[in-house]
Structure formats: C-alpha cells, structure tokens
Design a protein around this ligand. Sequence first.
Ligand SMILES: NC(=O)C1=CN([C@@H]2O[C@H](COP(=O)(O)OP(=O)(O)OC[C@H]3O[C@@H](n4cnc5c(N)ncnc54)[C@H](O)[C@@H]3O)[C@@H](O)[C@H]2O)C=CC1
Ligand SMILES: O=C(CO)COP(=O)(O)O
Length: 340
Amino acid sequence: MTQLQPIAVLGGGSFGTALANLLAENGQRVLQWMRDPEQAEQMRQSGENPRYLKGVKLHPGIEPTSDLGAALQQAELVLVALPSSALRDALQPVAGLLASKMLVSTTKGIEARTFKLMSQILEEIAPDARIGVLSGPNLAKEVADHALTATVIASEDEELCLRVQQALHGRTFRVYASADRFGVELGGALKNVYAIMSGMAAALGMGENTKSMLITRALAEMTRFAVKLGANPMTFLGLAGVGDLIVTCSSPKSRNYQVGYALGQGLSLDEAVQRLGEVAEGVNTLKVLKARAEELEVYMPLVAGLHAVLFEGRTLAQVIELLMRGEPKTDVDFIPTAGF
Ligand SMILES: NC(=O)C1=CN([C@@H]2O[C@H](COP(=O)(O)OP(=O)(O)OC[C@H]3O[C@@H](n4cnc5c(N)ncnc54)[C@H](O)[C@@H]3O)[C@@H](O)[C@H]2O)C=CC1
Ligand SMILES: O=C(CO)COP(=O)(O)O
C-alpha cells in the first residue's frame, strides 16, 4: 500500500504545533520538525507539547522529528513556523532540498539586516520553489482549541493556494485565498508592534475609547507604510490586516500584547521578554520599522513613540503628551474617489 505523502511543518513552537494538529485532524500525515531531539522525543512519548502548547493533545498523525533533511525529502508542501530570527539560518543549509517544493511561511516578522519578509527570504534561498504566506487572526491556542477561526493563504500561485486550502480547511478553520502575498505578509508583521502598545494601554487601565483610537490609528499608520512600499491598501481591510490587528491588540493571549502589558506594569524590556519565554516578533520589528519609516519619510507617530519609550529613554507620559498635542490630521488617507 502506498503511504500518504506527508506535509512538513517546520517549528516546534505553539503555532507549528497548532497547524500540525489541524493538518493531522484532516487526515494528513505530518512531519513536524524541531531542532531539539529531546523535545521531539518528549512529544512522541507524551503526545503533548507542554513547553509551547500546554494542555493540547497531539493528534497521532503527527510525527515529531529532529531530522530536517528527511522531513524535507518526503514532503512536497512545507509550512514554515520558525521565529524570523531563525528562518534563514535553519533553511540555508538545506536549500538544495527546497527546489520545486511548495513553501508557505507562517512567520510574522522582518529580517533585521535586510528588511526582508520571510517569504522573500524563502524565495532567495530557494528560487525554484513555489512560495506562499499564511497569515490572519490565528492565536495558536485558540486554533488548537478549535475556536472558529479564519486565515488567509496568499500567493501568486493559485494551485498552491488551493493545495493549502485543501490541506487546512476544516470544521473550525476556514482558509481564504489572496493573490496579494506582500500585503498579507506585511500586515502580519506590522501588527505586532501595535499589540505591544495595546498591552501597555491595558496595563495602565486606559479606557475603551483609547483602545479603539489606538487600533484605528495603527491601521492608518501601517497602511500608509505599506502603500509606500507598493502594497495594496485594500488588503489591510481583510483578515490579515485589520483582522489580525484586532485580535492581537485585544487579546491577553498574544505574546506581543503580554510584553506590552509587562512594560505597562513597570518591567524593563529585557525583563518582559524574559518573563514571556516565547517569541514576540514585535520587539525586533519595532526597531527595523522605525529606521525604515524614517528612511522612507513615512509618518508613523505611534512607532516613533513606542521606540522613544523602549529605546530612547523617553517616558510614556512625555510620548503621550507629544502624540495628543500633535497637529491634527485627516482621518482616512485612502478614500477611493474615481469610479466609486
Ligand atoms: N503563536 C501564535 O499564536 C502564532 C505565531 N505565529 C508566528 O509563528 C512564528 C513562530 O512562532 P511560535 O510558534 O508562536 O513560537 P514559539 O515561541 O511558540 O516557539 C518558537 C519555536 O521556535 C524554535 N526555535 C527557536 N530558534 C530556533 C532555531 N534557531 N532553529 C529552529 N527552531 C528554533 C523553538 O525551539 C520553538 O520550538 C512567529 O513568527 C509568530 O509570529 C503566527 C501566527 C500565530
Ligand atoms: O499572530 C498572532 C495572532 O494572529 C499571534 O500573536 P503573538 O505572536 O503576539 O502571540
């Protein structure tokens, strides 16, 4: 009997595990790669991933492995759920095994040195591969707990989108398609920064008006930046834009929000990151985004303000005063006129 071709999920963290479970529940054979052989062994033995996704049973269709080469050799579809700081170094050495595969990044970060998004790094490492991005309001724990959830698969490659929809679409997980890979990926990376601010606002007991202002002005700011880079602003009205922004800025389950909350409680950035013990991509993204916005002369007062508090020794009170006293601006930058 021929064995079902497996799907590879790269990353032993919370999101990789949540995705692996969905795939296995849909009847797919899943090879979940993690760098730590002990973690793989523990997951095989216990049927759980207690360090990153406590309390969630792993489906028996998941085979945890620390053999990256073997996983890549067998799979045609590969979902990458590694932290942005690790993706290039983990995949460059196995570039030869990636040609013609379908590679889908689920990582929501930006490379510090190059300002590249993760799918752009995949493209660079594996020019012959077929590339996509999966992004949306997808808190790993809720995905794993089968909360009704939607996401976006974005690629210029329609067949890839269909393949991912077939593999992941299920009773509790809807997968929408988009051809705007760049916009979808950028939305996922940028929203993390604003989730840090929202966490701070929550810790400081700020009001609901404030939270709403923050999210809406964040959307304006991230869209302005994306448009400067050539993205389609309409994508930011979708799940991977405003959808992900809302969930990450409102949920204590978000790690970026948690970092912000800890900062609002008076912890230093180092203490907040250490207490979390998981990936919070927004911290790195903030650094590179601030520099890039200045270079491109894009007005991003929220990014500049958070950067001033975290890295330039300003107090939050000083920054809030500056933001609120800033010259009044127009509400929506991109109101289509002709043809509407
Ligand atoms: N957790 C979530 O709710 C969601 C996360 N994401 C994205 O998924 C990516 C991964 O995040 P999580 O799974 O949440 O992270 P996590 O913090 O739960 O786990 C990180 C995993 O990466 C591994 N890792 C770290 N450095 C590595 C390296 N050099 N080589 C190989 N593995 C390494 C760790 O051992 C761990 O297994 C992030 O970019 C995040 O933005 C996307 C959607 C939802
Ligand atoms: O991207 C996410 C939800 O869509 C997860 O956000 P955090 O990385 O802040 O937990």
